[in-house]
Write a protein that binds this ligand. Sequence first.
Ligand SMILES: [Zn+2]
Length: 117
Amino acid sequence: MIIGNLTDVDFADDIKVTAVAQNHAGIITLSVSINYGVNEVCDRCCTPFVRQYQHDKLFTVVKHIYSTDDLDDYIESPDGDLDITDITAAEIILERPAKILCNADCTGVPGFEVEIE
Ligand SMILES: [Zn+2]
């Protein structure tokens, strides 16, 4: 799995991962729960804060991916090995919000206009 890296993410604490693989009559599923905190800085008011993130994901493990439909729900594993570190890093990168706000109603720094998208 080729992914970016996590060097831009300032983790506030350890990343906690729970992963359970199950065989359902030959169909392998992998349930992953990722919990971590990140030291964030609000994009509008520049206030530092810690945000907790929780990602729960269920994958189907397949030997080969033949279609790009629903690609996010499958993990390709030709030899049956799964690298939880790569899966965790990919989920954290993919789930990073495009805009970091201390709260949805943040009006920015008092006295400055804010461009709201
Ligand atoms: Zn803010």
